[in-house]
Design a protein around this ligand. Sequence first.
Ligand SMILES: NC(=O)c1ccc[n+]([C@@H]2O[C@H](COP(=O)([O-])OP(=O)(O)OC[C@H]3O[C@@H](n4cnc5c(N)ncnc54)[C@H](O)[C@@H]3O)[C@@H](O)[C@H]2O)c1
Length: 249
Amino acid sequence: MLLNDRVCVITGAASARGIGKATAQLFAKHGAQVAILDLDAGQAEAAAREIGPGHIGLACNVTDRAACTVAADEIVARFGRIDVLVNNAGITQPLKIMEIGPENYDAVTDVNLRGTLYMSQAVIPTMRGHGSGAIVCMSSVSAQRGGGIFGGPHYSAAKGGVLGLAKAMARELGPDGVRVNSVTPGLIQTDITGGKLTPELKDEIAKGIPLGRLGVADDVANACLFLASDLSTYITGAVIDVNGGMLIH
Ligand SMILES: NC(=O)c1ccc[n+]([C@@H]2O[C@H](COP(=O)([O-])OP(=O)(O)OC[C@H]3O[C@@H](n4cnc5c(N)ncnc54)[C@H](O)[C@@H]3O)[C@@H](O)[C@H]2O)c1
């Protein structure tokens, strides 16, 4: 039990086959009290019920700063504190550079980057208040190699921004006992690809991955558990690749 009685907030965690939900499940298994945040209240509540009793699901659009604060306040009112935040909510769009319109840029950078900023700002006061905390930010291999397979350049830019933001937060919040780290997943089989991942395409992609397979949500959840728990008490500002060797650098 690596997270006994820790209060853990995970954004974008209602998606059935998603990284956030897998992380919520794993954290609950390790003794955490989990708050699942997502766009739809009903789906967030259902996901919380599914992982067991005592967890909560709340509607929170991470692009809305006030909504992030309201959610954080509600979690503190309910559980008394917040120990861990996983900034997992994200969207992608498979566009080429000249296809990116203002609305595409806004949508992708807003959820991935602005959402990471706003949700972090919402939990930092309570973490500072008790002098400890762990924030995990979900970036992507796409930030490191200039595009994954499904994300366009605006997604790479947003996820690159997440890495910079996380490192800057790590530097600023270290003296307060708050650690901030990032995870850079490779290609993980979830619904974010919108059903475009055909068996043929999977086989083709797997050929270029040293570990010979695409990732699953639990692969990323395990890295989040490490960064959220006391196994990583002297680690901050780090980036952990979870990509099967797709990018070795
Ligand atoms: N699947 C991959 O291959 C992969 C690779 C690298 C990084 N990632 C990142 O991992 C994270 C999780 O992705 P996933 O693959 O599990 O996708 P997913 O689509 O299954 O889950 C994303 C969740 O975010 C929620 N969400 C979207 N906009 C939101 C908003 N404004 N506020 C709150 N919640 C919102 C969605 O409702 C959904 O539940 C994302 O940040 C994604 O960019 C995924």
